[in-house]
Design a binder for this molecule. Sequence first.
Ligand code: ADP
Length: 489
Amino acid sequence: SDKEEALLAKARAIGSEFVYEPEDVAKGVREYLNLMEAGLKHPKQAMTMIPTYVTAVPNGTEKGVYLAVDLGGTNFRVCSIHLHGDSKFTLTQAKTPIPKELMIGTSKGLFSFLAKQIEDFVKKHHSDHFEPEAENSQLKLGFTFSFPVEQVALNKGYLIRWTKGFDIQDAIGKDVCELLQKEIDALGLPVRVVALVNDTVGTLMARSYTSPGKAGTLLGAIFGTGTNGAYVEKLSRIPKLSNNTENYGEYDSSSGVMVINTEWGAFDNAMKVLPDTPYDRALDKNSVNPGMQMFEKRVSGMFLGEILRNAIVALMADGLFNVAHGTSIDENGPLFTPWSIDTSALSTIQADYTSSYTLTKQLLERDMGVSAASTGDAMAVKALVYGIGKRSARLSAIPIAATAIATGAYENYKTARFEAAEGEEVEKIDIGVDGSVVEYYPGFERYLREALRDIQPLVPGAAGLEEAIRIGIAKDGSGVGAALIALVA
Ligand code: ADP
């Protein structure tokens, strides 16, 4: 019908607002290169480029048994990881929900609870370590702590603020490793907290241990609730560390490198190059932190569902959507409730190749309060999803390309290619990824790679880049990664 035609035309128009052209991606890479340098030179930049004190990545030959704990949200995870030394590992774990009252109580309350979980776990799975005469009876523990900390050593970090519903005032400004160690000691456990770990660094380490190559992984990247990345940087390219502009602590400089936690979610908060649609602006205005994490707000799982909601609201504005078909939209339902659309909806819709969009219609009914949507409605929504998802993936190419270029990893690859004998394999630049968006959004890596190819003629030194990059999922990053950091500690 005419009305359907008009609806689809409008959906295509809104969808095209999310088109992120090759030149836009290239501009993004150039700006990322600038902000990367600024963050490595000066403290307190928007894209922080935090030194992690991790000065090597594993190559798969590491061995031993390590503990890892993860405090990052609703659950506390304790695990032990047995590294077999052949890129393989076995993992034993226990997960406990954190009682709500402990999230807003005292640091003693929370950390003694955590220590108790560690005690239960070690008694159950590693009771041999309690025998006093046991050699090496102390278990080393890596502590994954996904809240903002000012890290001054591998096992020392001061809590800046709580997020995600935690609010324990007396912990602010304290070293969270010490808070945990104190409670572990109070229970007399044979456990030593040797490393404080950011989850992106864990992803990098885990991938580097399990990756097929021998050269080690360059970059670990998360595309989940949020987005962030950590990569291996030369010490000579981190002037703020050698100038010690921020009272950075001691570190072992013998490897010549250090892992940097980029905090790239804050890339281009100044909005010089990032795309900005009315749907992005509405989201930002409605967020708890307007003007912050502007890259993350266009890329990660916490936000894509809300961008889609804003776009659907615009699509419906002049009565085109649905109304023609005698179906109903719940006006107090999810479509009119900010933050109520989960990003997994985009994956479901993107993956819907049924001829009459059955899956999309079901989802509209179940999760969006749109009953008996027509095929035209579903097609219109899919056009929006396609635009939003593809833009997210293309944006994700920016830090990956910039990191490969800025670190010299791509130059090294080209040199190795040039010097290789005919038919000799040259190892690709390895990138480890984790998070539901990269794992489950259909075509995410394909769109990301398309963007990498798009910038090849537009960014100096980028010719051939896409082919040089290998991307692999890093499983159990927070556990294995923390164990590996405990190992190098
Ligand atoms: P976290 O980053 O918190 O460790 P995840 O990697 O699972 O955990 O990411 C959770 C985010 O991913 C949520 O924002 C959720 O909406 C989104 N998400 C969950 N499932 C999917 C999916 N199938 N496709 C795309 N996004 C998803």
